[in-house]
Write a protein that binds this ligand. Structure first.
Ligand code: SF4
Ligand code: SF4
Length: 327
């Protein structure tokens, strides 16, 4: 467990590197993520997976245990003080049959695993397998079966996912290490966000532990798939290149967790060290372009709404720092 002093040092370096727009940050990355698989059993309307050509854009495959161990070793060598590790990027992580093993290794190596799932494979049996290690699962949901199944591109799953989530919420109230975020997506196609969130919250017991949270999804334009970048005003420097380090299942380090099509490849973590990539030329060039207010010069960022006022409400350096302090 990192000491308080190492956390403070990490935060100070991160804040200074971002504020000074350094091409070579003083800090190691804050948030590490690796993709379990880019296969998915859903085709959500807001996701590049709904593009029939998506599977041709990059190789489809799964993270192996050997490669995951290699990744975790390199993350440890890089230093840093955040013990959260995200095991997702594109795809449904539970489609990787080795997923429970990935969670086990994460915990054994001293990290806390987080992942996003569509909830279909997060069955009571799977929850029981994962619960002893502890994890944070984020799952998109809705109170309206028809809206939900239309947005997610698959019929007949609403009730199954609702039962899975009820089991998960119950588990979180008994196991302190199990944490859940249930995120309302109804307002992607209809209604107002506040009302639909309230309705979705009503599907679960009134009394829930603090480890269970409900909120509304803020949709963003990942992969340039949605037309959300209406106004290019209020440029705000994207914090990801100073904070996050995200790899695909085959080790390619990409611009950020929104770059699910690996448009910008910055190195390969199975072949290079984390800091070699983090301070390498491709990362430096990306930071330089974003600092100069030219996101259109970075393939992953061309259509991204994050640097503009629409896409940067929740994420910012303050959010990064407060998350770092929480663990
Ligand atoms: S949002 Fe997630 S569940 Fe939906 S298609 Fe994309 S990867 Fe699959
Ligand atoms: S601008 Fe968008 S695509 Fe580029 S690094 Fe930031 S969040 Fe990722």
């Amino acid at each position: 467990m990192p000491s308080v002093i190492s956390k403070i040092k990490h935060i100070a370096e991160l804040g200074a590197s971002y504020a000074l727009k350094l091409r070579r940050p003083m800090n190691p990355p804050y948030q590490f993520s690796i993709e379990a698989t880019n296969r998915c059993n859903f085709k959500c309307q807001f996701c590049p997976q709904s593009n029939p050509k998506h599977k041709d854009i990059r190789p489809v495959g799964e993270l192996t245990l050997e490669n995951f161990q290699c990744f975790v070793k390199k993350v440890k060598e890089a230093g840093g003080s955040n013990r959260n590790l995200s095991i997702c990027l594109d795809g449904e992580p539970l489609m990787n049959k080795a997923f429970p093993e990935l969670i086990k290794i994460t915990r054994q190596e001293g990290f806390f695993p987080r992942f996003s799932s569509n909830g279909r494979l997060l069955t009571p049996d799977m929850i029981e397998r994962l619960a002893p290690y502890g994890f944070l699962a984020s799952v998109d949901f809705s109170s309206d079966a028809e809206v939900f199944e239309t947005i997610r591109g698959r019929k007949g799953d609403f009730e199954i996912i609702l039962e899975n989530l009820r089991y998960l919420v119950d588990k979180a109230s008994k196991e302190p290490g199990v944490r859940v975020e249930i995120i309302d997506i109804t307002h992607f196609s209809q209604g107002d966000a506040e009302a639909s969130l309230k309705k979705m919250r009503g599907l679960f017991p009134e009394k829930i532990p603090p480890s269970v949270k409900f909120w509304s999804r803020e949709f963003h334009n990942f992969g340039g798939h949605l037309d959300l970048q209406k106004q290019k005003t209020g440029y705000k420097l994207c914090p990801y290149p100073w904070t996050s380090f995200t790899a695909t299942w085959d080790g390619n380090v990409v611009a950020c967790c929104r770059d699910t099509e690996a448009k910008t490849i910055l190195g390969n973590v199975f072949e290079q060290s984390v800091l070699e990539i983090w301070r390498g030329k491709p990362y430096q060039e990306m930071r330089e372009h974003l600092a100069a207010k030219h996101p259109e010069r970075v393939r992953a960022c061309v259509k991204c709404d994050m640097p503009w006022s629409r896409g940067s409400k929740r994420w910012g350096i303050g959010y990064a720092v407060s998350s770092l302090l929480r663990r």
